[in-house]
Design a protein around this ligand. Sequence first.
Ligand code: ZN
Length: 268
Amino acid sequence: MPELPEVESAKRSLQRVIRGKVIASVEVRSPSAVRTHRPQAFADALAGKRIERVSRRGKTLLFQLSGGWTLIFHFKLWGTLRFVRPAVPPDAQTAVVIAFSDGSSLHFRELQLSELGLHRTPQLDRVAYLASLGVDPLSPTFTPARFRQMLAGRGSIRALLTDQERIAGIGNLWAHEILHAARIRPDRPASSLTPAETRVLHRSIRSVLRRAIAAGGEPEFVDAAGRMGRWRLAVYGRAGQRCPRGDGTIKEARLGGRPSFYCPACQH
Ligand SMILES: [Zn+2]
């Protein structure tokens, strides 16, 4: 499931190539992918609009269009975006094709539960999913003090890191990579972290996410230019393998009904 580093990588790879392009036509090959409009109405509304800006909120991509509209792409379980030059026909996995006036196009592929929606830009704050999102962990407003306040509630630290209504963009994979970097076990009650651990974890959230973006995300992710993520996973999905610190073997457990990975030797 794409998380903040993958969606940010997709955003950056798209921003470079589609900003300023004008939409010539739209083909909706899988009507269920578009939640706000019927296929023809969706295509009619997008035709002639220019892509002014690509941005991200949490795990969501936003395409700001001329005329006061924003196209929202909400990655859910999976989904890939592919920017293609002329003469690349869509394949069976392609749900929506946006064709630009210069002959290039953007393919939305493998949209397993992903959603596309078209909304009035001034009314974005009324889109329920966006309105519910917590602070972006890379924004200046995600301060150590604000993070410390979030730890007061019940639940594990893993649950806190992946709660989109408190911190937007971190899912199960990156929560585990961050907790390994901070040497904290995922099942620790959030409220049990010491001030020193809290400072280290706050720093790890930002540094792991920034390095993950620079690496293009996790290894299975493919950006809009077709580049794979280059992050080497430390713990996620590596049960039974050696910890990168060389001090132990990665364990897998269940935590809140989801898989959890950690090194018992260096995470406490
Ligand atoms: Zn270790």
